[in-house]
Ligand binder design. Structure first.
Ligand code: 26V
Length: 804
């Protein structure tokens, strides 16, 4: 499509679809019209692709979260018309970015796990793999964060307020989900058992499909999001009671609540009935759909399901898929237990995303029994058989049965269910998988060594380099050609330019330009003026104790104290930038947000320090904000307590944009270090073995550091005495947590090494040429962290999928 044709189409659609001409059209009108152009372009390919997939093996990626962000610009990019769309918009007198920003950022996820799912969809389609996402169409996405007087305030994110132009409602493919009621068992004439469900609550799951466009390959996959609606009114139970009408409305309302909102707490597991309803709703709708499709497209019996279907469960959240598939195979399709179990365990694969014990899902068994009686019976049977198997076949593990059983202490342990019911169990970075095998899931690894495997996470380089950093992408293409776009590993070719000072200078210029743009944005948003020549030191991720935003704050406070003591101290100016949402009920995390904002207002307004430090907390961190920040980062803060961050993916996004990592030996930082080498990354602090050793054997006393390190004492006392608060002692919880709960995340222990490494950063930054060479080395190695590599590994090693 030429630019001229695009201009014509846009003008025509403005008239026919919006009733506007170009003079009266707004950015919003242009947004809808261009979306409609993209839909016209891809709809044909979408049908053809889905038709061609029919006979192929397909993967269904089941996830409670898909954090897709905005789609227009990436859809234009992938369908190969971004440049012309930009030209057309400019011709018509519109700023492309302003038009793209009209789209509501779809925040149907909390953080890493949900964004990973979105990157995977992009890679699946771009690599021509038959794959679909299955999720929930929450009416409210992750809350919008406002900072008021330094505090986090949560506002509902009603992202569907205006029409969402990427989705298509498919009412003809709605399925029914049953909750509650009773199960009756009958023996049939042939001696087999029949299960009948009575008095269940029925919910209709209505699918909305979103096209997932492959990169310039005419492939269009689907993301199917289910929405809960009430079924038709049950006329058998009509009564003449006056409140009947209100009961009906109440009932309808409570059903619609199932897809009402995304749970915003990704740190502490809480056994909420609505959440398990959401999980079963996703699982039952998706499995019913999968079986229907299989039957439609294949003549063979469901015995051969594993030849055509593989289901990846994204963390334990969709692990009820295992008993749900068993239920359908046995109760509806009349398979016996053994056959159904063989099919199920050949189809299901499970990815673990965290070892934090607080986040592990354990549902009260009574809750599952009441809400899903038949599913509970099946879980119970899976558990019985599993435990018996250990008793007879692994006598050496007999005394460990309580720690392995799926149902124990009146709770259903979802990770155990997922492990027992899947043929593959993977972690998301090398160290994470090793910790699963050697510690967290040691006995399961002993039982099922072949099931365990690693799939180090990745990110889509199309969105996270090509789209968000076009100037860098162009510079890269100028020297190594465009092949890296299809084959991100080719970025390694940049290594040849790490000594080319004219190229390095250009790399520096691109970064400076990105930093200038971000400075303007920050000024617009916050009124804060930042020094464009300062080091942009960025930490963007959910707020969690283990991610240690507090360690970063302590570094800032230390620099501030030093500058107060000696205002003429010669340091390279720094801008510390934070973006972080705290779970609404996570008190300590909210305290840290308050502290960052308080420190920002003190530091930014203190004339004594002559603008050498600035602290910026940007509210409402989400995918779109990440896209603005990442291209401008000099330093990427990846400073979790070693062993706690399963992988991290922000680390990969920032390295791909030339930022240097300050990080612990945790998650994928380790693999980044292995590729770029110790000279191109700033590693500090305890390693995972040391941390785990302290947890196991003790020996760490935070108070000793407080007593011996004056810098630490000064900062903690300032917190405790209210130096950064108002009259009342605001940060006593932080103070107490460190001194009285013995600093569970080793902030004080890693404080000194952290300061030291930042001094090295500062020295390194003085030599621009050397810095840019390090930056290029990072970009060069970032191809290994493309989600194309990850998906390739899932496809060949777990899913056994062929490219279309
Ligand atoms: C946990 C929970 C707990 C119960 C209720 C709701 C809820 C929702 C989300 C989560 C997510 C925890 C797991 C998670 O996000 N893990 C992150 O996964 C990333 C992708 O693999 C990885 O890069 C991060 O290191 C890991 O923290």
């Amino acid at each position: 499509m030429t630019t001229k044709r695009l201009v014509d189409q846009i003008t025509k659609k403005l008239k026919t679809e919006r009733g506007k001409d170009i003079k009266s059209a707004s950015n919003k009108d242009l947004y809808y019209v261009i979306t409609s152009v993209v839909n016209d372009v891809v709809n044909g390919d979408w049908m053809v692709t889905q038709d061609k997939y029919k006979k192929k093996k397909q993967v269904y990626y089941l996830s409670m979260e898909f954090l897709v962000g905005r789609l227009l610009e990436s859809n234009l990019l992938n369908s190969g018309i971004l440049e012309r769309a930009n030209e057309a918009l400019l011709k018509l007198g519109f700023q492309p970015q302003q038009v793209y920003e009209q789209e509501h950022d779809a925040g149907l996820g909390n953080g890493g796990l949900g964004r990973l799912a979105a990157c995977f969809l992009d890679s699946l389609a771009s690599l021509k793999y038959p794959g679909h996402g299955c999720g929930i169409r929450y009416r409210y996405g992750l809350f919008e964060q406002r900072i008021i007087h330094g505090h986090q305030i949560e506002l509902p994110d009603y992202w569907l307020k205006e029409e969402y132009p990427w989705e298509t409602r498919k009412i003809d493919q709605a399925v029914e989900i049953h909750f509650g009621g009773n199960v009756h068992m009958h023996e049939k004439n042939d001696g087999t058992l029949e299960f009948k469900y009575e008095n269940t609550d029925k919910v209709m799951a209505v699918p909305y499909d979103i096209p997932i466009i492959g990169y310039r390959n005419n492939i269009v996959n689907s993301l199917r999001l289910w929405s809960a609606e009430s079924t038709e009114i049950d006329t058998d139970h009509l009564t003449s009671q006056t409140d009947h009408y209100y009961h009906q409305l109440d009932h309808k309302h409570s059903i619609e609540q199932i897809s009402g909102f995304l749970y915003p707490d990704d740190s502490h597991f809480e056994g909420k009935t609505l959440r398990i309803k959401q999980q079963y709703f996703l699982v039952s709708a998706s499995i019913q759909h999968i079986i229907k499709e299989y039957k439609k497209n294949n003549r063979r019996s469901l015995k051969y399901l594993p030849d055509k279907v593989v289901i990846q469960i994204n963390d334990t959240h969709p692990s009820l898929a295992i008993p749900e598939l068993m239920r359908i195979l046995m109760d509806q399709e009349r398979y016996g237990w053994d056959e159904a179990w063989k099919i199920t365990t050949s189809v299901m694969a499970y990815t673990n995303h965290t070892t934090l014990s607080e986040a592990l899902e354990k549902w009260p068994k009574g809750m599952i029994k009441d809400l899903l009686p038949r599913i509970y019976m099946i879980i119970d049977e899976i558990n019985e058989r599993f435990c018996k198997g250990i008793w007879f076949d692994y006598p050496e593990l007999r005394d460990k049965i309580p720690a392995l059983a799926i149902i124990a202490d009146d709770q259903v342990h979802m990770a155990r269910l997922a492990i027992v019911g899947s043929f593959s169990i993977n972690g998301v970075a090398r160290i994470h998988t090793e910790i699963l095998k050697k510690k967290e899931m040691k006995d399961f690894y002993y039982l099922f060594p072949k099931r365990f495997n690693n799939k180090t996470n990745g990110i889509t380089h199309r969105r996270w380099l090509l789209q968000v950093n076009p100037n860098l992408a162009k510079l890269v293409t100028d020297v190594i050609g465009p092949k890296w776009i299809q084959r991100p590993n080719d970025l390694i070719g940049l290594l040849r330019y790490t000594k080319d000072s004219s190229f390095l200078e250009k790399i520096g210029q691109v970064k400076n330009e990105n930093k200038r743009i971000l400075a303007d944005f920050i000024h617009d948003r916050t009124g804060i003026t930042i020094d464009e020549n300062s080091i942009y030191d960025i930490q963007i991720k959910r707020l969690h104790e283990y991610k240690r935003q507090l360690l970063n704050v302590f570094h800032i406070l230390h620099l501030y104290n030093e500058l107060k003591d000696n205002p003429s101290l010669d340091i390279t100016p720094r801008t510390f930038i934070f973006g972080a949402k705290a779970a609404p009920s996570y008190h300590l995390a909210k305290e840290v947000i308050k502290l960052i904002n308080q420190v920002a207002s003190i530091v930014n307004n203190d004339k004594d320090i002559r603008g050498k430090l600035k602290v910026v907390f940007l509210e409402n961190y989400n995918v779109s904000l990440a896209e603005k920040l990442i291209p401008a980062a000099d330093i990427s803060e990846q400073i979790s307590t070693a062993s706690k961050e399963a992988s991290g993916t922000g680390n990969m996004k920032m390295m791909m944009n030339g930022a240097l990592t300050v990080g612990t030996l945790d998650g994928a930082n380790i693999e980044i270090r292995d590729f770029v080498g110790n000279n191109n990354i700033f590693i500090f602090g305890l390693n995972a073995d040391q941390v785990l050793d302290y947890y196991q054997n003790g020996g760490y006393i935070a108070r000793d550091i407080y007593n011996t390190d004056d810098r630490v004492k000064r900062i903690l006392d300032q917190l405790n005495e209210g130096a950064f608060g108002s009259q009342e002692i605001e940060y006593k919880d932080i103070y107490y947590n460190i001194l009285y709960h013995n600093d569970p995340y080793f902030v004080l222990k890693d404080f000194d090494p952290y300061l030291e490494i930042h001094e090295l950063v500062e020295q390194a930054y003085r030599d621009k040429n050397a810095w840019n060479a390090m930056s290029v080395t990072n970009i060069a190695h970032s191809g290994k962290f493309s989600s194309d590599r990850t998906i390739q590994e899932y496809a060949s090693e777990i899913w056994k999928l062929k490219k279309y």
